[in-house]
Design a protein around this ligand. Structure first.
Ligand SMILES: CCCCCCCCCCCCCCC/C=C/C(=O)SCCNC(=O)CCNC(=O)[C@H](O)C(C)(C)COP(=O)(O)OP(=O)(O)OC[C@H]1O[C@@H](n2cnc3c(N)ncnc32)[C@H](O)[C@@H]1OP(=O)(O)O
Ligand SMILES: Cc1cc2nc3c(=O)[nH]c(=O)nc-3n(C[C@H](O)[C@H](O)[C@H](O)COP(=O)(O)OP(=O)(O)OC[C@H]3O[C@@H](n4cnc5c(N)ncnc54)[C@H](O)[C@@H]3O)c2cc1C
Length: 664
């Protein structure tokens, strides 16, 4: 059989209706149709070509990004694309650009933190892209500690203006995407100072560049922070540095939904919680969880298809060698990642719902669910991005040597993805926020205030800290109630143990710092419980299509039992399960790998990714890997000449040195 036929053969083995699974993956038939249409539109447009991206110099890459962003905007207007279609277009264009921050942070910051009047003034210009904005919060000296920012905004009552200033080198804004070369405006986070009194960090809309010739306005020094990790990748983005030298802006450019400064210089706070100043981050963290499932599914699609094509060892009587996907080790590394992609997809959908719900409540001045929304977005952002970054690297290794080639698509995907573990909040810093939320929840148990939402299980803490797992045979691990209780018991016991240790410290902050590593582990356990439980909830829905639900049940079990196996130490040391039950879980996991094996190619086909989007020779739909790898090699600039540039200067003299030496 030719390599090209391997995937066709695999597709025939699928035990479910792939077309129906595509709809489940997309979220709805409507979303599927948009995704399918827009992905083809992008793939067939030569401006969106990206196969040469990693070869481009920084300047050429940046110009290529500007061209793509302008072309995308033109197509959005010409085709009158809806917001959903435009977002899908951005996703398939697959090149980080200043527009991500304009639409993803600048506009949401004004919407979330601006008054009605401010929204009416700024949003129409931003929606038409008559102004382009970024989100300038992080500084050279402070990123995680937002309260430590140094940029100042002093109110000048004489002129009714704020004076924005960078008092130190470390107060230089550093990192904001889109700031370096493009943004005309920024939402700048600065300390509000009135009459010498510091009122903490607030957001201000500041114009940075002239709308006539794009030059920086007086008092503004702005540029790009320089090359980042990898070739291509995130270097398409102009992450910027910015300094203010007493730049004046009108008073009404402070975002005033949370607090206001009057003409007389009086500081007033609405009954809206101060934390809403952090609201844009909550919004973006939620979107990052869905992005994790996209990046992970892309890497998994490449590694799965290639693993079915690649053969090593095991040839009998001159027959074909074994497909590497049939090695149990390959399966135990790859299939949990496939299951994770689906798990992150469903938890991302749920988080989107949670965010919509909290937004609706905020509009009605109900702030009760904000702490939970913060904990869920922070925790899930952290857990899903860390797992995805590790998984992309694992997929590279699963593809052996060819995974290291740029044309596999995996090196660039890794380079572009890994900052997600840092931006929008360093993952450890965010897990510590979840831990604070959990410790608060535990401390309130027994106070008559029942925990709700994702911490509702804590309400059964007495049972969960004493219960015994009922598993006696491997197949008992297939019961959702058994899996859920094991994850709940582990999470509850880890939180309670941390709370007990904390109570021994007379200074709680000192205790929190001392125990922070354990607290992070408790936070991870809580977040993994959320992901598992949302997968199980998804399966309670009516899911049509032959065999679709069954495949999802298998994936859900793989995801949960893989986590259980990976964190066996937690489960056993907390007494949530016994070592024997841990061994049975692993036995069941092996059976599940065999069960899902015939359908794995169809399960990655269900992502419905075009070859253009995948950007990988190893992952192409037809599986014609070897011919494409061979052809691609000859396109490398090094192969433009048979004898390389530099031969006469640097190779020939070495090769000929024995002639020179002989003459001496
Ligand atoms: C191959 C090509 C592929 C192409 C793919 C391309 C994909 C590209 C897509 C990219 C899009 C994304 C682009 C990303 C751009 C990045 C942008 C950024 O990074 S912006 C900057 C982000 N910065 C951070 O996240 C900073 C992190 N730090 C903080 O959030 C806070 O400082 C802190 C929460 C860590 C601490 O805050 P502080 O006030 O000091 O904290 P306390 O702990 O005292 O908390 C007080 C109180 O507030 C509550 N809280 C904190 N945060 C929030 C919040 N966000 N919402 C609600 N409540 C919050 C906290 O729980 C405390 O509550 P309490 O009841 O008092 O206990
Ligand atoms: C590609 C990229 C794009 C970005 N885009 C933007 C943007 O558009 N706008 C913007 O404003 N910012 C942006 N940022 C900045 C980003 O938000 C910050 O880098 C991020 O919040 C982390 O902050 P930091 O760099 O200060 O890390 P640090 O806080 O200095 O982290 C360094 C180390 O210290 C640890 N650490 C820090 N605090 C604690 C603690 N309390 N307890 C335990 N450990 C701790 C961290 O875990 C980490 O290991 C971007 C960053 C990147 C990489």
């Amino acid at each position: 059989m030719e390599a090209v036929d391997y995937l066709a053969e695999e597709r025939r083995k699928a035990e479910f209706d792939v077309e129906e699974m595509k709809i489940v993956w997309a979220g709805s038939r409507h979303a599927y149709e948009i995704s399918d249409r827009v992905s083809r539109l992008v793939a067939s447009d030569p401006v969106f070509r990206k196969d040469n991206r990693t070869m481009l110099s920084r300047k050429d890459l940046f110009k290529d990004t500007l061209r793509k962003a302008a072309h995308a905007w033109k197509r959005i207007i010409e085709l009158r694309l809806s917001e959903e279609e435009a977002k899908t277009l951005r996703f398939y264009v697959d090149q980080p650009a200043y527009t991500d921050l304009h639409w993803g942070m600048f506009i949401p910051a004004i919407k979330g933190q601006g008054t009605e009047e401010q929204q009416q003034k700024w949003l129409p210009m931003a929606y038409k892209m008559q102004i382009i904005g970024c989100y300038a919060q992080t500084e050279l000296g402070h990123g995680s500690n937002v309260q430590g920012l140094e940029t100042t905004a002093k109110f000048d009552p004489q002129t009714d203006e704020f004076v924005i200033h960078s008092p130190t080198l470390t107060s230089s804004k550093w990192w904001p995407g889109g700031l370096g070369k493009v943004s005309t405006h920024a939402v700048v986070y600065a300390r509000l100072i009135i009459d010498g009194q510091d009122h903490g960090v607030h957001g201000f809309i500041v114009q940075l560049r002239s709308l006539d010739d794009h030059s920086p306005l007086p008092g503004i020094t702005v540029g790009d922070v320089g090359m980042k990790f990898g070739s291509g990748a995130y270097n398409s983005m102009d992450n910027g540095v910015l300094r203010f030298d007493h730049v004046r802006i009108p008073r009404n450019q402070m975002l005033m939904r949370v607090s206001q400064v009057t003409r007389e210089g009086k500081y007033m706070q609405s009954d809206v919680p101060r934390q809403l100043v952090y609201g844009t981050m909550v919004y973006v963290r939620q979107t990052i969880v869905s992005d994790a499932s996209r990046a992970l599914s892309r890497a998994v699609c490449i590694a799965t298809r290639y693993s079915a094509v690649r053969r090593q060892f095991g040839s009998q009587n001159g027959g074909p060698e074994t497909q590497v996907i049939n090695y149990k080790t390959q399966q135990s590394r790859l299939f949990p990642l496939l299951a994770s992609a689906y798990a992150f997809k469903f938890v991302g959908e749920w988080l989107k719902w949670l965010y919509a719900d909290v937004t609706q409540r905020l509009e009605a001045n109900d702030f009760s669910t904000l702490p939970e929304a913060h904990a869920c977005t922070a925790g899930l952002k952290s857990v899903t991005t860390s797992a995805t970054a590790d998984a992309i690297e694992e997929c590279r290794k699963l593809c052996g040597g060819h995974g290291y080639l740029s044309s596999s698509g995996l090196p660039e995907l890794f380079a572009v993805y890994i900052p997600a573990c840092t931006y929008e909040g360093d993952n450890i810093v965010l897990l510590l926020q979840v831990a604070r939320f959990l410790m608060k929840t535990v401390s309130q148990l027994g106070s008559g205030k029942n925990p709700v939402g994702t911490t509702a299980y804590m309400g059964r803490v007495e049972h969960l800290t004493q219960c015994n797992c009922e598993v006696q045979r491997a197949e008992d691990w297939l019961k959702p109630s058994v899996i859920l209780e094991a994850f709940e018991a582990r999470a509850a016991r880890m939180s309670v143990a941390c709370a007990k240790s904390l109570s021994k410290f007379s200074n709680p902050e000192e205790g929190f710092a001392e125990l922070s590593a354990d607290l992070v582990e408790a936070a991870v356990a809580h977040c993994q419980l959320i992901i598992v439980s949302k997968f199980i909830e998804k399966l309670q829905q009516d899911i049509p299509g032959k065999g679709v639900k069954r495949q999802l049940e298998t994936l859900c079990n793989i995801y949960a039992l893989y986590l259980l196996h990976k964190h066996l130490g937690d489960f056993i040391s907390t007494g949530s399960i016994s070592p024997k039950q841990g061994a049975l879980a692993n036995e069941q996991l092996r059976l599940l790998y065999s069960q899902v094996r015939p359908s794995v190619i169809a399960l990655v086909d269900a992502f419905n990714y075009t070859d253009h989007y995948l950007g990988s020779i190893l992952g192409c739909y037809d599986g014609n890997v070897y011919q494409k790898l061979y052809d691609e090699a000859w396109k490398d600039p090094l192969n433009e000449t048979v004898v390389p540039d530099g031969y006469h200067e640097y190779i020939r003299p070495i090769l000929k040195q024995h002639i020179r030496n002989a003459r001496l």
